[in-house]
Design a protein around this ligand. Structure first.
Ligand SMILES: CC(C)(COP(=O)(O)OP(=O)(O)OC[C@H]1O[C@@H](n2cnc3c(N)ncnc32)[C@H](O)[C@@H]1OP(=O)(O)O)[C@@H](O)C(=O)NCCC(=O)NCCS
Length: 146
C-alpha cells in the first residue's frame, strides 16, 4: 500500500524537470502558480525514493465554464517505475484531496498525446481537438468529475 504525501513545490520539481522537461533549463519546471495557497503538490515514494509526482492548480476550465475547475499539471513517474501503478496512486491522491478539501468539481489537463492512454484509463473525457505546444508536442484536453 503506497501512501500519497502532500508536499511543497520544491519537492516535486526535480522529478518534474527530469521527466517532463529534461532538455530545458531547471527553471522551466517552476510554474508561477506553484506556491499559490490554492495549489497543491503530491508525491508517492517507493523504497524511500520519490517515484511519481502530480500538482493541481485552481484554474477555470474554458470548455466547461460553469464548473469549478482545478488543473492537473506536472504529472510524471520516474522512467524505470512507469507502468507499475504509481501514477494512478498519486493522481487518485490528488483527486481525493480535491474532493475532500476544496470546492472543485472537475479536474482537467492538457495532456500529451503520448500519455493520453493513461488519462483515458483514469476516466478522463477528451474535449476539443488535438493541438500543439511548442517544445513539447501534440496535446489533447481532458477532464473528469471529482
Ligand atoms: C503518463 C505517466 C505519468 C503515467 O504514470 P505511470 O506511473 O506509468 O502510470 P500507471 O502505471 O499508474 O498506469 C496506469 C495505466 O495507464 C497505462 N499507461 C501509463 N502510461 C501510458 C501511456 N503513456 N500510454 C498509454 N497507457 C499508459 C498503464 O499501462 C496502466 O494501464 P493498466 O491499468 O491497464 O495496467 C508516466 O508514464 C510518465 O511520467 N510519462 C512521461 C511523462 C508524461 O508524459 N507525463 C504526462 C504529461 S501530460
Amino acid at each position: 500500500m503506497f501512501k500519497v504525501e502532500r508536499v511543497l513545490s520544491n519537492v516535486v520539481r526535480p522529478l518534474r524537470h527530469k521527466i517532463l522537461r529534461p532538455n530545458l533549463p531547471f527553471e522551466d519546471s517552476i510554474l508561477p502558480e506553484d506556491d499559490f495557497l490554492s495549489s497543491a503538490h503530491f508525491i508517492v515514494k517507493n523504497n524511500g525514493n520519490i517515484v511519481s509526482v502530480a500538482s493541481v492548480y485552481k484554474e477555470y476550465f474554458e470548455a466547461i465554464p460553469t464548473r469549478k475547475g482545478y488543473r492537473l499539471r506536472g504529472m510524471a513517474t520516474e522512467k524505470k517505475e512507469q507502468g507499475k501503478g504509481f501514477g494512478t496512486v498519486v493522481l487518485k491522491g490528488a483527486i481525493h484531496y480535491l474532493k475532500n478539501e476544496t470546492d472543485a468539481d472537475i479536474i482537467w489537463c492538457n495532456a500529451r498525446v503520448s500519455a493520453f492512454g493513461f488519462y483515458e484509463k483514469m476516466g478522463f473525457i477528451i474535449v476539443g481537438d488535438e493541438f500543439d505546444l511548442s517544445n513539447i508536442g501534440p496535446h489533447k484536453t481532458g477532464y473528469i468529475e471529482v
